[in-house]
Design a protein. Structure first.
Length: 287
């Protein structure tokens, strides 16, 4: 009976000792809970002790982890719809914040990190062409966003050290392709309408300028013509005057011929003259 009691005490002590010891390995950290309440966090690697029965320990892996993210859709700078598949490489930086934000569940952390990373990468991808996205320097694309990503990831107790784009594809479902086509077509129509409007505006401006130039040229030509006609009439009057002064009789005869010529120009005119009219003397025969 005494031996059984001693054995029972020894077993109880051994179980109690085993229940109060836990091991934190290199690359891990731990939290200790007292009746469900966190009492110690960020426990370093080594052999650690806790109160049996009332305290429990939970160990977390703090090594780098590869987090598989849900592929996300983006638009490139030329409005091409692309499906980007990527992974994030990170680790638990603050186990207390990690536990409070995710309940210590890795999948929850991944689900909450995914929209943070997706949103941060959007501006970078939207500013690049498809060629730049596929064949350009992806490290530069990621490096510009890591600081902003880690600011948001800090609330999850996580730190992201790198993001790798696994694959960039065009979506294969017909609805998306049709929507992209319709959106691109609408943008091209809008651009064509803008160019046509600009062309019509320029055409109206050119036509208006041409009309103004025409009006000015016609007015100047008419002015010059009136001036030349006036000068010509004045010169003709001067010449006629000089001729009349030189031989008034011949001038009178010349003017009479011009008057008769103008009178009978249409071939229908009739003139009645006296037989002794001086004009008829030029029609008489010299016989």
């Amino acid at each position: 009976m005494r031996i059984s009691l001693l054995v029972g005490i020894a077993v109880a002590l051994l179980l109690g000792l085993m229940g109060s010891i836990y091991v934190v390995r290199e690359g891990e950290t731990a939290m200790v809970f007292n009746l469900g309440r966190v009492v110690r966090t960020d426990i370093k690697p080594g052999l650690r002790f806790k109160l049996p029965l009332v305290e429990s320990a939970r160990v977390f892996d703090t090594k780098l982890q590869v987090l598989e993210m849900t592929p996300a859709r983006y638009f490139t700078s030329e409005q091409k719809d692309v499906l980007v598949d990527f992974i994030a490489i990170g680790y638990i930086e603050d186990v207390g914040a990690f536990y409070r934000a995710t309940g210590g569940v890795d999948s929850v952390a991944t689900d909450r990190l995914s929209p943070i990373i997706t949103s941060s990468l959007r501006n970078e991808i939207n500013s690049r062409t498809l060629r730049q996205l596929v064949s350009g320097d992806r490290n530069e694309l990621i490096a510009k966003q890591l600081t902003a990503i880690n600011q948001d990831a800090k609330a999850l107790g996580m730190r992201i050290v790198d993001i790798r784009l696994k694959q960039v594809d065009l979506p294969t479902d017909n609805d998306v392709l049709q929507n992209v086509y319709e959106r691109m077509s609408a943008q091209r129509r809008q651009e064509a309408s803008r160019l046509r409007a600009e062309g019509e505006e320029q055409a109206r401006t050119i036509r208006a300028q041409a009309d103004r130039d025409q009006t000015v040229l016609v007015a100047e030509a008419e002015r010059d013509a009136q001036k030349l006609r006036g000068e010509g009439d004045a010169e003709a009057a001067r010449i006629y005057g000089a001729a009349a002064n030189r031989d008034p009789a011949f001038y009178a005869f010349q003017r009479s011929l011009e008057a008769y010529r103008n009178s009978f120009a249409d071939g229908q005119g009739v003139i009645v003259l006296d037989k002794d009219d001086p004009f008829l003397q030029y029609l008489k025969s010299d016989r």
